[in-house]
Structures are given as structure tokens and as C-alpha cells.
Design a protein around this ligand. Structure first.
Ligand code: AQP
Length: 330
């Protein structure tokens, strides 16, 4: 079976709707056909300062949310990045293969660093894409399900795999991005021209928030002054975003929704989409609470996952270190 790898940050205690429609939905689907490695990337999370207690809680929260969404730890290897030291060990080698200019061109770094003053922008935020490449390349990954915002980082992972292979001999599989066609980029409900993101919390649907609040956020989503419900991202970004979300959550096509809502107002669309999200989030949150109720069991799942991950990662690292010319340790 081909191998799939992906990771998600344990940020702020809750996934958001963009994470789900852009990536996590595919994580779940790909378990059926692929040998899956899924990772809570806590090392990436500290590129921006985090409180230790919150980080610990949020890492468990993230794992519980993944299980509640349907990641099956029997079939898939679910683990925490910092439990597998090989990620940072290979990360260093890949940092040394990454050009300073190449890393400077990463748009996510430019965006995130622009929001803080220079003294607060960590070197880790800058080198993060090399660590991400390490995450992926350690597992001989064929496909990486991610949202559109990760395309450039994925491209760098491919470049680094090819560069290493041509300099030191064939070692890494060159991974392909698996980006959904329809829901690759979900936009903020209050500002439908920017990406929905937890870093700019205005119109973000958080999976752990009170579903009533979600319905309210959808009701007050920014639309436009017209009346017709039509997919036109250029001129009607707000309504188009709602249609894409609705379609992603229900499997009904955007065209089908346009027909169904012909003659209806924005209020009807928003009310119905709010109800769809409430019906999804209510049982989801109940399942998350059950997993969090038993942290010992949760930790056991993650420990087992880390053992399985380490078995694969350590072989790849040994091979890569040998090719680079490091002496074997013993
Ligand atoms: N708005 C989005 N639309 C589609 N996909 C998205 N992803 C994130 N936002 C959107 C995808 O979710 C996966 C996990 O992303 P991450 O670990 O980078 O999550 P994050 O960074 O903690 O979440 P945010 O809210 O996106 O924060 P910012 O913007 O601060 O980084 C990835 O596959 C990503 O593509």
C-alpha cells in the first residue's frame, strides 16, 4: 500500500473548519487505501511561543480530536512529533541543504513574520519548512494530504528530497501533495478574502466552540448586497465560501445547492448551513470529551504510535546519516 503522511499543529486547543475541509477529511479517507502516518506536530507549534501547560493540554486535545474525527489508531500510526527524535535529527541535515534565499521566499514565513516585530520572530519559524520536509521524508511518504496554503512547503520537501538524492544517492521517496480540488482554501467568515486561520481569529469556526456560537457566526458571515445565491468567488467571495463549506460538509455539489436555493435569501442559506455544522459538531464534541476523560488511554495510543513511527524513522535516518558521511555511533 502507498504511504501517506501528514501533520497538524496542536494550536489553541481546537481545530478549525479550514483544517478539516482542507486536510483532515482526506486524512480519514486515505486510511482506506494507504498506510497512514499522522502526527501532532508539537515541535512546529513552538515556532511561536507557547505556554507549557497549554501546549501539553492542546497536544492531548489535538489527538482526541483526530480520534473523534475517525482516525483509527489500529490501522493508522498516530503519534506526537516530539516523541520521535529522528524528526529533528534529519531536520538539521535538511536545513543544511536549504538555501537561505530559498527559505526566505516561503510566503507563510513572510506573512507570519510580518505580524510580529523582528525580536519575536524565531529562527525556528524560518527553518520550519526544513523540519516539515524531515517529517515527510522519514516515512518514505508517497502522498501528503494538505490544504492549498501548504503547497509551497510541499514543493520545498520535493526539492530537498531530489537534492539529497542527487548529491548523496537515492535515499528518499519524492512525495506528492494531495490537495482537494473543491475545498483547498476555506476563507474567513468575516473577511472572505483571507484564509480561515486561528492566528487571525475573527470569522473562524472552531471545532471545540459551543455549536450555538458556530451557528451565530455563520448567521453573521459577511456576504454582499445582492440577493442571488450563486458561486462567483471573484464578485461574491462570502456567498461562494458558504457554498463551498456547505458542499464540503454535506457532499452535495455547489451546482446542486445553487439550484436548491434558487429564489431563497442569504438568511435561509446561513440558517441551514449553521444547522449542518451544529449537527456535525455536537456528536463530535461528545466523542472528544470521552477521549479526554481517559488521558492514560490516550497517552497509551500515542506511545504505541510513536513506537511504530520510530521503527520506520530510525531506519531512514540511519541510511541518510550514513550517506551524508557521519560515522556510525558504535
Ligand atoms: N483555511 C484553510 N483552508 C484549507 N486548508 C487549511 N488548512 C489550514 N487552514 C486552512 C490546512 O490544515 C492543515 C493543518 O494546518 P496547520 O497545522 O498549519 O494548522 P495551523 O497552522 O495551526 O492552523 P491555522 O489556523 O491554519 O493557523 P495558521 O494560519 O496560523 O497557520 C494543513 O494541511 C493546512 O493546509
Amino acid at each position: 500500500r502507498p504511504r501517506v503522511f501528514s501533520g497538524i499543529q496542536p494550536t489553541a486547543g481546537s481545530f478549525q473548519l479550514g483544517n478539516y475541509l482542507g486536510a483532515l477529511r482526506n486524512w480519514i479517507a486515505l486510511q482506506e487505501t494507504h498506510d497512514a502516518f499522522y502526527c501532532v506536530v508539537d515541535l512546529h507549534s513552538i515556532t511561536i511561543a507557547k505556554d507549557p501547560e497549554e501546549l501539553r493540554a492542546n497536544t492531548r486535545n489535538a489527538a482526541a480530536q483526530l480520534l473523534a474525527l475517525g482516525i483509527d489508531p489500529e490501522r493508522s500510526t498516530l503519534f506526537v512529533q516530539s516523541h520521535v527524535a529522528e524528526h529533528t535529527q534529519l531536520g538539521w541535515v535538511l536545513e543544511c541543504l536549504t538555501g537561505f534565499g530559498e527559505a526566505s521566499r516561503m510566503t507563510q514565513f513572510k506573512d507570519k513574520s510580518a505580524r510580529q516585530d523582528d525580536e519575536h520572530v524565531s529562527v525556528g519559524l524560518f527553518t520550519y519548512p526544513a523540519l516539515m520536509a524531515s517529517d515527510i521524508l522519514l516515512y518514505g511518504t508517497d502522498v501528503v494530504p494538505v490544504g492549498e496554503d501548504q503547497r509551497q512547503h510541499l514543493e520545498l520537501s520535493r526539492t530537498l528530497a531530489q537534492r539529497f538524492n542527487s548529491r548523496f544517492g537515492p535515499t528518499f521517496v519524492v512525495p506528492d501533495a494531495h490537495i482537494p480540488q473543491d475545498t483547498a482554501r476555506i476563507f474567513d467568515l468575516q473577511d472572505p478574502t483571507s484564509k480561515m486561520s486561528k492566528s487571525i481569529p475573527s470569522g473562524v469556526v472552531e471545532f471545540m466552540e459551543d455549536p450555538k456560537r458556530t451557528a451565530k457566526k455563520v448567521r453573521s458571515a459577511v456576504t454582499d448586497n445582492e440577493r442571488d445565491i450563486r458561486y462567483d468567488p471573484e464578485n461574491k467571495p462570502g456567498v461562494s465560501n458558504l457554498l463551498v463549506i456547505y458542499s464540503g460538509m454535506t457532499g452535495r455539489s455547489v451546482a446542486e445547492l445553487e439550484t436548491a436555493y434558487e429564489g431563497s435569501g442569504y438568511g435561509d442559506l446561513k440558517k441551514d448551513l449553521g444547522a449542518v455544522l451544529v449537527d456535525f459538531l455536537t456528536p463530535f464534541q461528545r466523542r472528544v470529551a470521552e477521549y479526554l476523560d481517559d488521558p492514560a488511554e490516550l497517552d497509551k495510543v500515542l506511545r504505541r504510535g510513536a513506537e511504530r513511527a520510530r521503527a520506520v524513522a530510525s531506519r531512514t535516518l540511519r541510511d541518510a546519516y550514513d550517506r551524508v558521511g557521519f560515522l556510525p555511533p558504535a
